[in-house]
Design a protein around this ligand. Structure first.
Ligand code: ARG
Length: 725
């Protein structure tokens, strides 16, 4: 399976350096904050910095993960606010051509009217975080091969996770920091009855669409509300009418006063991935090959969908989420490529590497300790790039639905032959609810005509790979040996769709119970393909794991050197983002995107109205909102200094994907907005932080409350929340 390999290609499993810590740079682990308390205080923080390192009390225990996005509790009854784009899948799941909640928006006026979130939706409340590095690495012999090392680490992790999850209702996971220099066991309460409470219409929640996405000036109402439910005993439970709202130990107050230019802000959330400590070889491969290639695949994928699914059609509704996430990162990669080409990131990386090397070589003991680290890494990075053309394309082909479903089901049949503790992560008993829900979700994300268009497009590219790079079973199934022919390929896919049972949810679920022999005897075309690909997938996975095992030794050695080098200059180091809870702080602040331009930090209702285009797919706006703006009906949310209600604002928070939905907090930890994006010029910040360009975008709490009151009539929720006027 190429999941590991692709990770390496896109820089997830590789290394680098960034040796300058600038003013607001840093995604800090909560335990690091007390050491930064002087700075936090001087910037304006009014609560003790120590409070931010205690996960089990306010405000940190109000911050929750949705797995991929962040949210926060805003009422004692489990009401949680996040981004519209984070709840998008759930809104889509409850939408159809006749009842298109994406377009109309949705508000439950009573708890009974709330809708189930899409299958697999979770609310995770982090309860503890323990450094378990010593238990994991201390007794690992340096003589182990890459594969052995990988196995040994995984075995220990599984044992710790199993022990931790003995307590019911919890999800435990080991997170590695600095590429394996440190490991933390993180324990989260996993609430699995999640309901959709409120989402504004797309003409508010996704206002500006993909044109405005990653851009400033911005006017997006990117919020949505969920509610977490638990069993009557207060413990996580599957959905049931009898479940009751979860009562969080604390929740955030929502500020109607908000912030102004220069004010202190901070955010706690779950940033996914950054690549701030990579080698220049990594940088070159990603920016000159991986990003440009993946950007092309994403754009072509979207084109293929749109070519057969007109706006508003049932098929299109099923693929709106897929399109949004493909488009989001196509644009993200595009920005990074542009920034890379006009900037000097590579030169600076190379200069930093040279400085590190010089520092290492200036001292014999350092030379002995770190001398081999850089060369070893470069060697492994090169190894990881072998076969990447094939693997990246194959990974995009596997973004279709039925082939990966068949492959996961087959793998499950194989894994089930082993005792639970020995199974591959993802196929253990603890994973089965999620596994089932993943299969269920396909139901509202698959349309045969769209699937077919995507397949045909990517098969043409696949056929263009060098003969030796392709998988024989793929060639055979799709007749690629004789060269690609669009009609032939379309005919084959059409027949596969007609003959497969996997487009039916019940049939998919039934395959969870079948044996390997039953898979091997099956006539189902997608199962047959999965069976034919299986051996090759396992071989690729073994190779990837062996490489990761080697990296698990090489990367920490390299990070060790970087950390020591920084320490020698008195600089603290934060780890690259890894989906674990982090805190970032800074202030409300504009920026200069280009020579001659200065962006102010706030946008206004009038600016929103000026962007309005009647009936446009991206810039339409609800009549009620436009009327209220025209009447200057600002209510309690108008700001004299702005002459309007602020809609979105800029800040210097250091964030990335995964921070979406994070509450933007003021100096008393009240919610003054929701983070939902970064500006175009800041996207390369995932690799290379620049104080002058790194700006986060938040939706203003005052705009959110204004819409809830004046446009959507969400009075029940305003009343339920603790709003500070
Ligand atoms: N850029 C936002 C993020 O990565 C996602 C916005 C989704 N909206 C969209 N128009 N595709 O967090």
């Amino acid at each position: 399976m190429s999941k590991f390999r692709i990770a390496a290609v896109l820089g997830l499993a590789s290394l680098g350096i960034s040796m300058t810590s600038q003013a607001n740079e840093g995604m800090w682990q909560p335990h690091q904050l007390p050491a930064l308390k002087k700075e936090l205080k001087s910037l304006g923080l009014k609560i003790p910095a120590n409070k931010l390192s205690t996960l089990t009390s306010f405000p940190m225990n109000a911050i929750i993960s949705l797995g991929g996005c962040t949210a926060s509790f805003v009422s004692p009854e489990g009401l949680a606010v996040t981004n519209h784009h984070c709840a998008y899948g759930s809104i889509q799941y409850n939408s159809s051509e006749d009842n298109n909640l994406l377009a109309k928006g949705f508000l439950a006026k009573t708890k009974e009217a709330e809708l189930q979130a899409s299958p697999g939706s979770r609310v995770y409340v982090t309860e503890s975080l323990d450094n378990v590095s010593a238990q994991i690495v201390d007794d690992l012999s340096l003589e182990l091969s890459g594969a052995e090392r990988y196995q040994a680490i995984e075995k220990k992790q599984k044992a710790m996770v199993a022990e931790c999850e003995k307590e019911e209702g919890y999800r435990c996971e080991i997170y590695s920091f600095h590429g394996g220099l440190e490991y933390y066991l993180i324990k989260q309460l996993a609430i699995r009855d999640v309901r959709l409470v409120y989402a504004p219409a797309a003409s508010i929640g996704k206002f500006g669409g993909d044109t405005d996405n990653w851009m400033w000036p911005r006017h997006t109402g990117d919020w949505a509300f969920y509610r977490a439910y638990v069993g009557k005993d207060g413990k996580p439970a599957d959905y049931s009418k009898d479940n009751v709202p979860y009562q969080p130990k604390s929740h955030l107050k929502v500020s109607a006063k908000g912030v102004k230019d220069g004010d202190f802000i901070m955010a706690a959330g779950y940033p996914g991935r950054t690549n701030r400590y990579r080698t220049s070889a990594e940088v070159i491969n990603n920016f000159t090959w991986a990003y440009p290639t993946a950007k092309g695949y994403r754009e072509e994928y979207i084109e293929a969908i749109k070519s057969v699914a007109p706006p508003g059609s049932d098929a299109r509704i099923k693929y709106e989420s897929t399109i949004a996430s493909l488009a989001n990162y196509a644009k993200n990669y595009g920005s990074m490529i542009k920034s890379y080409n006009k900037g000097n990131m590579l030169e600076r990386k190379q200069a930093q590497e040279a400085a590190l090397q010089k520092w290492i070589e200036a001292d014999t003991s350092r030379k002995n300790k770190y001398g081999a680290a850089v060369a070893k890494l470069d060697e492994l990075v090169k190894k990881g790039q072998q076969g990447q053309e094939h693997d990246l394309l194959y990974a995009y082909i596997k973004r279709t639905n039925l082939l990966p479903a068949a492959q996961k089901l087959l793998r499950l049949a194989h894994e089930k032959q082993k005792p639970d503790a020995e199974r591959e992560p993802g196929y253990q008993q603890r994973d089965m609810t999620r596994f089932t829900q993943g299969l269920e979700r396909i139901d509202r994300r698959f349309a045969a005509e769209v699937d077919s268009a995507v397949w045909v497009h990517f098969l043409e590219k696949y056929a263009a790979l060098a003969d030796a790079d392709r998988i024989a079973a793929m060639d055979k199934t799709f007749g690629l040996d004789e060269g690609f022919n669009a009609d032939v390929a379309a005919g084959i896919i059409k027949k596969m769709h007609a003959d497969t049972g996997l487009s039916d949810t019940q049939t998919r679920l039934q395959w969870m119970e079948k044996s390997v022999a039953e898979f091997e005897a099956s006539d189902d075309p997608f199962i047959k393909l999965a069976v034919a690909l299986f051996e090759r997938e396992m071989a690729a996975e073994a190779k990837d794991k062996a490489l990761i095992g080697e990296l698990q030794l090489a990367r920490p050695a390299y990070m060790d050197a970087i950390i020591a080098f920084n320490a020698s200059q008195g600089k603290p180091i934060y780890a690259d983002a890894n989906s674990s809870l982090r805190v970032t702080y800074g202030s409300v602040k504009g920026y200069s995107p280009q020579d001659g331009l200065q962006a102010t930090p706030f946008t206004t209702l009038e600016g929103l109205a000026a962007k309005y285009v009647a009936g446009d797919a991206e810039f339409d706006s609800p009549a009620k909102q436009l009327e209220a703006i025209a009447a200057k009906d600002y209510g309690r949310y108008g700001q004299k200094w702005l002459g309007s209600v602020p809609v979105n604002y800029l800040g210097t928070l250091d964030i990335t994907g995964g921070n979406s939905g994070s509450p933007t907090l003021n100096n008393k930890a009240e919610l003054v907005g929701l983070l939902f994006d970064g500006v175009y010029e800041s996207i390369i910040g995932d690799w290379d932080y620049d104080d002058k360009l790194n700006r986060s975008i938040s939706v203003d709490s005052r705009y959110m409350l204004w819409v809830m009151e004046k446009v959507d009539g969400a009075h029940n929720l305003i009343k339920e929340m603790n709003v500070v006027y």
